[in-house]
Design a protein. Sequence first.
Length: 99
Amino acid sequence: MPARDISGMTDAGKADAIMLWPRAMRPPEPSARKLAGIALILLLIVLWAALVASFAPFVGRWPVLVQAPFYLIMGMIWIIPLKPLMRFMQTGRFRKPNS
């Protein structure tokens, strides 16, 4: 089945045309779980940045060559909780299924 060109249609016409497409061709509906996951990711980034910034007065006294690895490591650690969070966004579970 060839794809339809809906670029010249009005918004209402596009909505009607999309509803007539087979289910496999329709654009996916975003889920509330993905919205919640995005909000949690943004919250994680803000909280982690605040935590690292709170160390600045202490870390600022260190030599630059010691500060650089500290901030490099702290800048990568926040990624660790993302794997279960991304899994939750995709499957609805935080843990890997026991297959």
